[in-house]
Write a protein that binds this ligand. Sequence first.
Ligand code: MV4
Length: 516
Amino acid sequence: MFSKVLIANRGEIALRVIRACRELGVRSVAIYSDADVQAPHVREADEALHIGPAPSSDSYLRGDRIVEAAKRVGAEAIHPGYGFLSEREWFARLVREEGLVFVGPPPEAIAAMGSKTAARQLAIGAGVPVVPGTTSAVEDAAAAERVADEFGYPVLLKAAAGGGGKGMRVVRDRTELTSSLEAARREAKNAFGDDAVYVEKYIVGPRHVEIQVLGDHHGTILSLGERECSIQRRHQKMIEEAPSVAVSPELRREMGDTAVRAARAAGYVNAGTCEFLLDRDGRFYFLEMNTRLQVEHPVTELVTGIDLVQWQFRVAAGERLPFVQHDIVPRGWAIECRITSEDPENGFLPSTGRVEYLHLPSGSGVRWDGGIETGSEISLHYDPMLAKLIVWAPDRDQAVARMHRALLELTVHGIETSREFHLRVMEDAEFRRGDIEIQWLERRLPTLVGTKPPEEGVRAAAIAAALLAHRDRTGKVASASNGHASTSNGASSDSQRPEGVDAWKEAARREAVRDR
Ligand code: MV4
């Protein structure tokens, strides 16, 4: 095992990787920008190096400086986390050329999966099902029309260099084809500097199901099962779970074998993820492979019992995976909510400011992978994801109930967060049935937001005011109907509370909304 590694990232994922290092007995080295001098990952690591100004392009994306820093402090390996430099072929290559270990796939595997059309061709060659469509870019509208006539409308135009939905256009019928092709080309050119576009049959109402794979340097690649990631907005996932209600043990085996075949074809080593669309008839189609550790990796860890970050380090150091495929069976249910500094009430507008107060959920089956603390300044320099709240329970119903409970325990003051939004999703009947697909969130958003109860601090103050008003009016201290004095934290589900408390809370809410 390495004795010292550098973590080329910040926030919650830097802390996650530091924890793995500590458990492995590896010294950790953090890097930080001007904006992160006081950040928790800097304090928690064994050493920390300043890398540049606040903008990522001058700090967390400066691969040259990061490699130089790693060599200076005597680190043997670099963990890139996710985002930033994690999927840059040139960075993985630079790390290797400088005699260090990149804790991730080889640069050749990153390159093989980087182009969407190349990845499609690689998948087809490996017998991996892809959505019916072209394997190379279309010349012009006439060529696109021939393809669309063959597969039938609707079709989807996609950027060959793409990913993340940029340069994508749904075409409902022949009349829209020419203008949509022009629009897709323009967007692709702007986003990727490449206007190549290809055509696929448009799959209506699928789920996004992905398979976690893990490979070592000795030829073993294993599937760690699926994650259901359909709850997303504008290609940003909000909630993930493992396993998926739509995946039977047989389908799990089939999708797992398929993902392993795709990874093997790319010469894959370390942790990676194959993304699939799963249609309503249970057919699945390979979309792309993410050649990094993903944000949502904890749900897989909780149902498999395998620490993915520790194993990333172990296989990078040359260890063999000690498991076989049939050892890996998901147990129970895990759900993750991404806690972001966005205001769901205002179109998920990014919120900035200081975290004035933070109370974290705890108790059985609750995991908090966070990057903030009281006093943290939330700026616009970096991603709005502040933390992930992850729960495990024996089954899905209990996991949903546990997530709801944990969200109620969470308090963040000073900035807006996605907490309320997550509470509403956990209360939603369709979500509770697992009746979701990739368009679910955008369709249901109007019914999920816009019924915001007063903010915690306001509610607490209003309850106190109501109690004082009651005392002044009656000369008595308010008590619950069962005769025992009770207090409310203003957070738990009303239906589980004694009647008297409901009356206080109702009065408090009236007070709270009166002048708004
Ligand atoms: C699709 C699709 C439907 N049919 N391809 C979106 C980003 C890129 N990774 C591929 N994406 C899609 N490809 C066909 N042929 C629907 C999507 C899609 C999507 C996929 C996964 C997760 C969220 C999504 C949201 C909108 C569209």
